[in-house]
Write a protein that binds this ligand. Structure first.
Ligand SMILES: [Zn+2]
Length: 222
């Protein structure tokens, strides 16, 4: 009996290990459809001679260094609140426009060159850099109250003295506000302040329902 079970376990291990390896490789190369579509648009708008230059460069990274398109991306697509690709990059845990445009350009160059885009690796690279400054953006951007997708602002613009962490702010279309710190998750202003002890009397506290227009959305113009 135990032998049979062992044999079965062995067999199932062998059977399941092969697809697992394939899945993780596929995952490494997987590209979210929003980004894939956007890359196609960029590439279709790239002149033939530029494509030749991109293909003949020493590396995709080298191409990006010489592309002026980053500026146009930062001032165009990445500034549009309704941009699907910007929303995707925010959901992936990015907040800085330079990071977003860097990923788009490198991905476009890699696609032209027929190289793996390695989107998840690129995202992780930028997030690791920001993590050193304790600025770790949320990847769950659904409103805890109504489940709509939130607009993300920040990090590091706490509304009151004492908000010492690098909080990100989320606002859903219904105007619900939440604050995010990576070890705490999403919290209301009241929940954050409760962790400080008693709020100062007369302090101008921002409630979850209040309007705040003094910060810009992730990837937006500061
Ligand atoms: Zn909401």
């Amino acid at each position: 009996m135990p032998l049979v079970i062992l044999a079965a376990c062995e067999r199932s291990k062998t059977v399941s290990s092969a697809p697992e390896v394939q899945a993780s490789k596929a995952q490494l190369d997987a590209l979210p459809p929003e980004l894939s579509t956007f890359l196609d648009e960029i590439i279709s708008n790239t002149a033939d001679e530029d494509r030749v230059t991109i293909k003949s460069a020493g590396s995709a990274e080298e191409v990006v260094d010489h592309m002026g398109a980053g500026m146009a991306l930062r001032n165009g697509e990445l500034n549009r609140y309704d941009s699907k690709v910007r929303k995707l990059l925010v959901r992936s845990g990015l907040f800085h426009r330079d990071d977003m445009s860097g990923i788009i350009l490198l991905s476009a160059a890699r696609r032209v060159r027929g190289e793996p885009i390695k989107f998840n690796e690129q995202v992780a690279e930028y997030r690791n850099i920001w993590a050193e400054e304790d600025k770790i953006a949320p990847t769950d951007v659904t409103c805890p109250l109504c489940k709509q997708e939130m607009e993300i602002r920040g990090p590091g613009h706490p509304p009151e003295p004492g908000w010492v962490k690098n909080y990100f702010q989320g606002e859903c279309p219904s105007g619900h506000y939440f604050w995010y710190y990576h070890t705490d998750g999403w919290r209301t202003a009241e929940e954050v302040e409760a962790t400080f002890g008693e709020p100062e009397s007369g302090a101008n506290r921002r409630s979850t329902a209040s309007k705040n227009s003094d910060s810009t959305p992730a990837g937006g113009t500061p």
